[in-house]
Design a protein around this ligand. Structure first.
Ligand SMILES: C[S@@+](CC[C@H](N)C(=O)[O-])C[C@H]1O[C@@H](n2cnc3c(N)ncnc32)[C@H](O)[C@@H]1O
Length: 217
């Protein structure tokens, strides 16, 4: 999206949000893109989603943005890194959203139903997957049993900085390390797998860093 369109959108511009945004940019915290956020928030409004699960809290930026839409929104959000968790808790306190956002300090792959008995209580309207890219299929399989029928799963970074979906030749040129090659392959496998899930209707969108939106049929 060019800046002209981006600037026409009204966004949550509180002092705290601005500070969090600047902190993320200064400290290389990979928060959701501006365009991805605008789309995600509109999706929440359009579907009237109230119970949300997020995998990957980081400093709480997207969780605070989502919870700021309405007082009836409740979010369970999972973060494994203790430093990020502490910063997220402090930001959520500052935003006075403690009754709306419950942060689970755990590896997403170890989270059980008990951990999700927080404020959203696991019959989710929307699941936002935004953590370790290599684990997307596992997160999807682990958490979608807690998604209501008609609910939505959003996955971010599916184009992974434009490295996913390149031709073999372009990959050879642009992807230099073995680790990165493996990660790109995993994301491509996930995208392919997701596109074939019979229980879901999935759209893949060139928004931000590449997003999927799946409806549970
Ligand atoms: C892209 S950032 C999340 C950004 C956040 N959703 C936002 O837009 O403001 C990904 C976060 O997921 C966390 N993470 C990665 N793998 C995880 C896992 N297996 N379980 C829990 N958290 C994980 C990382 O520590 C990092 O803070």
């Amino acid at each position: 999206m060019n800046d002209y369109f981006l600037n026409l959108n009204s966004t949550n511009n509180t002092k705290l949000i601005k500070e969090m945004y600047q902190y993320a940019k200064a400290n290389d915290v990979p928060i959701i893109s501006d365009e991805g956020l605008i789309y995600l928030l509109q999706l929440i409004r359009l579907t009237n989603a109230k119970k949300i699960l997020e995998v990957g809290t980081a400093i709480g930026y997207s969780a605070i943005q989502m919870a700021s839409i309405s007082k009836d929104i409740h979010i369970d959000t999972i973060e494994r890194d203790i430093d990020s968790y502490n910063i997220a808790i402090s930001n959520i306190n500052k935003a006075k959203l403690n009754d709306n956002i419950h942060v689970v300090l755990k590896d997403g792959l170890e989270v059980t139903k008990m951990d999700l008995m927080g404020i959203a209580s696991y019959e989710y309207d929307l699941i936002f997957i935004d953590a370790a890219k290599a684990q997307y299929k596992n997160f999807f399989n682990l958490f979608t049993p807690y998604l209501k029928k008609g609910g939505i799963v959003v996955c971010d970074n599916l184009l992974f900085h434009g490295l996913v979906g390149l031709s073999a030749e372009e990959k050879e040129k642009n992807i230099t390390t073995k680790n990165l090659k493996g990660l790109v392959r995993k994301i491509e496998e996930f995208n392919d797998w997701l596109s074939k899930q019979k229980g879901y209707k999935t759209d893949f969108l060139k928004i931000g860093d590449g997003m999927s939106v799946s409806t549970k049929l």
